[in-house]
Structures are given as structure tokens and as C-alpha cells.
Design a protein around this ligand. Structure first.
Ligand code: ADP
Ligand code: MG
Length: 287
């Protein structure tokens, strides 16, 4: 190798070694509760829950940051009436050479009190590129230190697999909320997720709470399925089951298609009432 090349390489390496942190964000005076919304299955209502729980908390006067860790970007489409484009995608924060702040990716939405991340297809790439990086599980945790002082609640909407992105969310969170629709497959997914919670606690030494298992898309008319799955849920998860139940409610699906929260779309609906109740139960459980 030529001498000049060696010098160039050294300089690049030392620049990273010597350089200080990026210009920081000013800390606030809040102490956020951070909740990851995760399940090892798609279509169980993770995003519907993330979006409408965030909106319910904002309605109750909180300042909320909702980060979308799913490359599908459904949070921004479900809230496209208030979502705004942002300069820094979340994947850039996760993949940066030097520690970055998640606040770089937080954008104030059109709903006062609610901050979002932009839809980010790069998260798909981040999922695989994180593999093999030293300390990859705690990148988001480290990037959230200042954000924790700026919001009352931070919600992390996870992709439907238990990979690097979900692991980052669990390590950044104080508690995990696990939506489960009334299907056997979803039940298995909950068991896998709780298994991962144990790994996070014991092997990665992060004191992650389970906020609870949330029954979603419960169809009151399908009594035999409800009884069967309901019994299995009660037997297996006991007091981890939340009292709040989210019913099948066509207004929830229609609100998502319209790009609005249920509170903007149909504030007096069974779906809106259920998510208000969830926000209140979450407050009680987190103390
Ligand atoms: N309680 C509900 N009632 C009716 N439709 C629902 C309900 N919850 C979710 N949906 C619909 O089901 C689909 C999947 O929900 P979503 O929240 O995107 O799931 P996930 O994020 O777990 O993949 C969406 O079209 C959504 O509108
Ligand atoms: Mg989703």
C-alpha cells in the first residue's frame, strides 16, 4: 500500500476518534415513559394501537413522541393528515458511525403535542446492517437519552418480527405493550415475545416491564372463538392481560384509511372509547 493511502486511512479513523459529539439538543424537564408496541405477527393492531394510543394521550394533555420502527411506514400513512416530512430518517440515526440523537428524526406533526418520525424504507436495510455491529441492541436506547427529558410518553411502533429493530425498541423501552388479536397464531406470537422479554432482562440486563397483553379486534359476535382464545389467554397470561379490550370497529379501519386518528375521524365511536380507556389503564399500570 502506498504511504499516502495509509495516511488517508489513519486520518479517517482518527477523525472519528478525536471528533466530539454532534451539536446536542437541549434537555427538557420531563421524564418520559417509553413503551414499545410489539408482537411477532402482522395485522394484530400494533400500528392502530400506536397511533390511537398516542392520540388519546395527546387528547389527555400529554406531549407524545411516536417513532415508527417498521420499514412499511404505516404510522405516517395512518396519520397522513397531520404527518410532515422530515430531513433525517430514523435509520440514519441507528446506522450512524457516531452516536446520534433520535431527536434529529423527530418531527412536530400537525396535531399539537404529537411528534412523529418520517416513513423510512431504509429501516429494512438497517435491520440487516445492524447485525454484526458491536453494541447493536442499545443504539436506540443511547439515542433516546435527551428525548426522554422532552416528552411525557414515547411510543415505539415495531415491525412484525423479533429482529434487531424490535430488540432496539425493547432495550430503549421501560415497558412493552403486546397487541394480540383473537387467533391462535397471535397467541403463539405473544409467547415468543414474552420469551424475548426474558432474554432482554436476563441476558441483556435491561429491566423491561410488560405493560400488558392487549386483546384487539375482538368480535363480540364470534362467541366460540372468543371463548376458546379468551380462555387460552387467561390461562397463559393471567394478570398480564389488560382489562381494556379493543373491539372490531369499522371506524378504526376507516380512520386509518382516511389518514386520521380515531379522535379526529370519529371521536364518539367504540374505537375511540376503547383507546381512551387504554390510555387511562396504561397510566394506572405505569403508576
Ligand atoms: N379494532 C379494529 N377494528 C377494525 N379494524 C382494525 C382494528 N384494528 C386494526 N384494524 C385494521 O387491521 C389492519 C391491520 O392493523 P394494523 O394496526 O396495521 O396491524 P399491525 O401494525 O399489527 O400490522 C388495518 O387495516 C387496520 O385498519
Ligand atoms: Mg404496523
Amino acid at each position: 500500500m502506498e504511504r499516502r493511502d495509509v495516511r488517508g486511512l489513519l486520518q479517517a479513523g482518527l477523525r472519528r476518534f478525536r471528533g466530539g459529539r454532534e451539536e446536542g439538543h437541549a434537555p427538557g424537564d420531563r421524564q418520559a415513559r417509553v413503551v414499545a408496541i410489539a408482537a411477532r405477527k402482522g395485522g394484530v393492531g400494533k400500528t392502530t394501537t400506536a397511533v390511537n394510543l398516542a392520540a388519546a394521550l395527546v387528547e389527555a394533555g400529554q406531549s407524545v413522541f411516536l417513532a415508527d420502527l417498521d420499514p412499511q411506514g404505516h404510522v405516517a400513512s395512518a396519520l397522513r393528515e397531520v404527518a410532515r416530512p422530515g430531513p433525517v430518517p430514523l435509520s440514519e440515526v441507528l446506522l450512524a458511525d457516531r452516536p446520534r440523537d433520535v431527536l434529529d428524526a423527530a418531527i412536530e406533526s400537525g396535531l399539537p403535542g404529537l411528534w412523529l418520525t418520517a416513513p423510512d424504507k431504509g429501516l429494512g436495510d438497517a435491520e440487516s446492517r445492524l447485525t454484526g455491529r458491536v453494541g447493536r441492541e442499545t443504539i436506540l436506547q443511547a439515542a433516546m437519552a435527551t428525548a426522554r427529558t422532552r416528552y411525557d410518553t414515547i411510543l415505539l411502533d415495531c415491525p412484525p418480527m423479533l429482529g434487531n429493530l424490535t430488540l432496539n425498541a425493547l432495550l430503549a423501552a421501560d415497558a412493552v405493550l403486546v397487541p394480540c388479536d383473537m387467533s391462535i397464531l397471535a397467541l403463539e406470537g405473544v409467547a415468543d415475545l414474552l420469551d424475548l422479554v426474558v432474554t432482554v432482562r436476563e441476558r441483556l440486563r435491561h429491566p423491561l416491564d410488560v405493560l400488558g397483553v392487549l386483546r384487539t379486534r375482538v368480535d363480540g359476535r364470534n362467541k366460540s372463538l372468543n371463548d376458546e382464545v379468551g380462555q387460552a389467554l387467561a390461562d397463559n397470561f393471567g394478570d398480564l392481560l389488560l382489562d381494556t379490550v379493543i373491539p372490531v370497529n369499522s371506524a378504526l379501519a376507516a380512520a386509518q384509511s382516511a389518514g386520521q386518528s380515531i379522535f379526529a375521524f370519529r371521536p364518539r365511536s367504540a374505537g375511540a372509547d376503547a383507546y381512551r380507556a387504554l390510555a387511562a389503564e396504561m397510566g394506572r399500570r405505569l403508576g
